[in-house]
Ligand binder design. Sequence first.
Ligand SMILES: [Zn+2]
Length: 56
Amino acid sequence: MTSNEKIAECPICEKDVPPRTEGSAYPFCSARCQLIDLGQWLDGKYTVPGSPNFDD
Ligand SMILES: [Zn+2]
């Protein structure tokens, strides 16, 4: 039993991700999931927790 090539799980869609290969979107299963993650990160960046509501 060799465990040095651990199967990762895509953080976005939770699919199994093959071991890192050249040109892959590792640790994501695809470039698409990589972009989704980037979008979420940007959302978090631009959403300031506890920011006041501007009601007028
Ligand atoms: Zn994915």
